[in-house]
Design a protein around this ligand. Structure first.
Ligand SMILES: Nc1ncnc2c1ncn2[C@@H]1O[C@H](COP(=O)(O)OP(=O)(O)O)[C@@H](O)[C@H]1O
Length: 196
C-alpha cells in the first residue's frame, strides 16, 4: 500500500524544503516536488518541457493532464511506500481528478494533506529575498514580483474550497510555516511518522 502525503503551501511557504529534509532523514520516505519534476522536464529540452516552461515562466498552472501524469508516474515508480508530494493540488480540478484516481487505485491511500501556512507578506518577502540572493543567471524565471503576484493568486483562489474538501474528509493538517525551519520540520516529521 503506497501511503501518500500531499503538501500544499503558498510560493515561499517552504513546503519543498521541509519535505526534502524529512525524506532525506528516512530511507522509507521519498519526496517529489511538482515544481522540481516539471523543471526537470524543462531542463531535458523536450518539447513537453518547452510547453511546461511557457506556463511556469508566467506562474500559470500547467495543464491538468501534464501534472496528473507527472505525479501518477512518480507515485507508481516510487521505490518505497511512504510518499510526500509537495505542490499538488493547486486547483479544485486537480483535487477532484486526484480524488477519482485514489478512489480507483486500491494500492494508493491518501493519508493526509498538509498545509504549510504562511501569510502573503511572509511569502512575498521570502520569494523576493530568494530572487535577490540568487547567483547571476540562477534566478528562477518565476521569482519576479509580477509573477509572484500571479502565483500567489493562483494559490489562494481555490484554497478555501480545497481546505473544506479535505477537512470534510478529516485529511487536512495545518502546520504554521511562519517559524524557523527546525520547528516546522520537527512538527511535520512527527506528524508523518505518526501517520505513515
Ligand atoms: N500542481 C501543479 N499544477 C500545475 N502547475 C504546477 C503544479 N505544481 C507546480 N506547477 C508549476 O510549477 C511552478 C513552480 O512551482 P513550485 O516550484 O512548487 O513553486 P511555488 O509553489 O513556490 O510557486 C508553478 O508556478 C506552476 O507553474
Amino acid at each position: 500500500m503506497k501511503k501518500l502525503f500531499l503538501i500544499i503551501g503558498a510560493p515561499g511557504s517552504g513546503k519543498t524544503t521541509d519535505a526534502s529534509i524529512i525524506a532525506g532523514k528516512h530511507e522509507d520516505i521519498v519526496h517529489y516536488s511538482t515544481g522540481d519534476m516539471l523543471r526537470e522536464e524543462v531542463a531535458s529540452g523536450s518539447e513537453l518541457g518547452q510547453t511546461i516552461e511557457s506556463y511556469i515562466s508566467k506562474g500559470a498552472l500547467v495543464p491538468l493532464d501534464i501534472i496528473v501524469n507527472t505525479i501518477v508516474s512518480a507515485i507508481n515508480n516510487a521505490p518505497v511506500d511512504t510518499i510526500l508530494i509537495d505542490g499538488y493540488p493547486r486547483s479544485t480540478e486537480q483535487m477532484t481528478a486526484f480524488d477519482e484516481i485514489v478512489s480507483k487505485e486500491d494500492n494508493i491511500e491518501l493519508t493526509s494533506v498538509i498545509e504549510v501556512r504562511v501569510s502573503e507578506a511572509v511569502a512575498r518577502e521570502r520569494i523576493l529575498g530568494r530572487a535577490a540572493e540568487a547567483a547571476p543567471g540562477e534566478q528562477r524565471s518565476d521569482d519576479s514580483e509580477e509573477v509572484f503576484n500571479d502565483r500567489m493568486k493562483i494559490y489562494t483562489d481555490p484554497l478555501a474550497e480545497i481546505q473544506a474538501f479535505y477537512t470534510e474528509k478529516n485529511l487536512l493538517k495545518v502546520i504554521d510555516g511562519e517559524r524557523t525551519l527546525d520547528p516546522i520540520v520537527a512538527d511535520m516529521e512527527a506528524f508523518i511518522l505518526d501517520n505513515k
